[in-house]
Design a protein around this ligand. Structure first.
Ligand SMILES: Cc1ncc(COP(=O)(O)O)c(C=O)c1O
Length: 483
């Protein structure tokens, strides 16, 4: 592979799986990306196994603390194949809903390898998780602790609880003071005492999740505050077994600069152990719950340019991807992604284009003034670093199908790990309502005629729309007859 086959400024060091071949085509761990687009259609997400495994291992290697438990935060990409990889690499699972607990079980995690943490859990959610035997359920407020105690009583179980704390950290422009999570530090002792007295609860851990952390000092400050509370609980007769510091480990999009686990993991491990010794408490298990660090850079999306439009404000490439059904991060977080010309990696960046999403909404724009070589309709584009919080946040806006996901495994094997949406399942929640109504009700309440949509769709595809015309003509005739 010649280095000269890539024009400058396309590939970043963090995409170690990405190269270009002599034709200037992007190659992912030995697999030409255009072959994936050809086989699975566009838009399509691609996850690279080697990169996911590497990041799972990096995370473990970075922290030398002897009682370390790593959990993958399933919410950032809950694909079953990814969950399975995480389990194979010795990770446990941080689930944020009953749905994610079920996915975890389907990916062969045992219930004891799953913790359940979210801002709100219904009584049924709590009962389900406790009865299935998850390692712990995180309580987010005093009210929730009370409710969990009642649920424990109802189902005859002592529920294992993590108490989630807001340690009220301020570090430059980062502050947890306005976070919606957890019990404020001032009320933390009261919450611990409540659990110690509650008949149907057992405190096993303390939890903190710092969201978008941009300075590793946040972990040191949070650990110190949680360990002091662990010492308080020990004094009151109950040793805390787990300190969970959540996720929030950053990983860049575009040219962002962030800290890496290796930058502070060793120092943090020593600090954590030393603080426990200073406070005179037995070493708890330290849980970390990385999400985006594991999968963001291991994922990319492939799209096709469907037209090039010279508009008043410049040239626009319309793509078959969308900010709604493919790359929602640009709408939610205004992220600036890297876009690569899949088959023109040897051509320099000579032009600037806006990239438009395909839906009927003017704000559906994927990027502005992106530097690319000369592009035309039918060219392929890759959007990098979209393996986390992308697919899980997409919607079917405009009734567009969400993209499939494939994984590039080792030995250049590519497998489908999620298929494209189907209309049948997208429409099912509404069709299910219609199914229960009889035809007279349909006419009265919904003003609907039963039409065999599937037949029209199939026939119009086979007959170039002639049947569609026929249906229209028949409708007009029947209207005339009625008159
Ligand atoms: C409780 C908890 N743990 C872990 C994570 C993962 O965070 P990240 O993807 O930033 O590592 C989240 C994200 O919202 C979370 O809420």
């Amino acid at each position: 592979m010649k280095a000269s086959s890539i024009a400058p400024g396309y590939l970043r060091d963090r995409w170690r799986f990405a190269k270009a071949n002599r034709k200037g085509e992007l190659v992912l761990d030995g697999v030409p990306a255009n072959q994936i687009a050809q086989k699975y259609g566009t838009p399509v997400y691609v996850l690279v196994e080697s990169e996911i495994r590497d990041r799972l291992r990096r995370m473990r290697a970075a922290f030398s603390y002897p009682k370390l438990c790593l959990q993958f935060a399933g919410k950032c990409n809950s694909n079953l194949e990814i969950l399975r990889l995480c389990r194979e690499e010795g990770f446990e699972l941080d689930a944020s809903s009953v749905g994610e607990i079920i996915l975890g079980l389907l990916a062969d995690f045992t219930p004891e390898e799953i913790t359940f943490t979210n801002l709100f859990k219904s009584d049924n959610d709590i009962a389900f998780a406790a009865q299935i035997g998850v390692a712990a359920i995180t309580a987010d407020s005093l009210e929730e602790l009370e409710r969990m105690n009642h649920v424990g009583q109802r189902i005859g179980t002592k529920i294992k609880v993590f108490v989630r704390i807001n340690p009220e950290i301020e570090l430059g422009n980062y502050s947890t003071k306005k976070h919606k999570y957890g019990i404020p530090l001032k009320q933390a002792k009261k919450a611990i005492l409540f659990v110690l007295k509650a008949k149907h609860l057992e405190i096993v851990g303390l939890h903190f999740h710092g969201s978008y952390i941009n300075d590793p000092k946040a972990y040191f400050l949070a650990a110190e505050k949680l360990l002091k509370l662990a010492a308080f609980s020990t004094q009151k007769g109950r040793v805390i077994q787990f300190i969970d510091l959540g996720g929030g480990f950053p990983t860049p999009i575009g040219n962002q600069k962030v800290f890496e686990p290796e930058d502070f993991g060793q120092e943090f491990s020593e600090f954590f152990e030393k603080t426990c010794r200073k406070l005179g408490i037995p070493l708890p298990t330290l849980i970390l719950e990385p999400g985006k660090f594991i999968v963001r850079s291991a994922g990319l999306g492939l799209m096709r340019v469907v037209s090039k439009k010279p508009l008043l404000h410049g040239e626009v490439l319309v793509t078959d991807g969308s900010a709604y059904s493919f790359l929602p991060d640009v709408l939610f977080l205004n992220e600036k992604f890297d876009f690569l010309p899949l088959e023109k990696m040897n051509k320099p960046k000579t032009n600037k284009y806006d990239l438009a999403g395909c839906t009927c909404d003017n704000i559906d724009v994927l990027a502005e003034k992106t530097s690319l070589p000369q592009m035309k309709a039918d060219d392929l584009l890759a959007v990098m670093d979209c393996g986390a919080y992308t697919h899980v946040l997409t919607s079917n806006f405009n009734t567009v199908k969400r993209a499939p996901m494939v994984m590039v495994h080792q030995n250049q094997i590519v497998k489908l790990i999620r298929r494209r949406d189907r209309f049948s399942e997208m429409f099912a929640p509404e069709l299910d309502v219609l199914k229960v109504a009889d035809p007279a009700q349909l006419m009265r309440y919904y003003n609907l005629h039963r039409v065999n949509i599937d037949k029209i769709w199939r026939d119009s595809k086979n007959n170039n729309g002639k049947n569609h015309q026929k249906v229209k003509r028949e409708k007009t005739k029947s209207k005339k007859r009625k008159k």
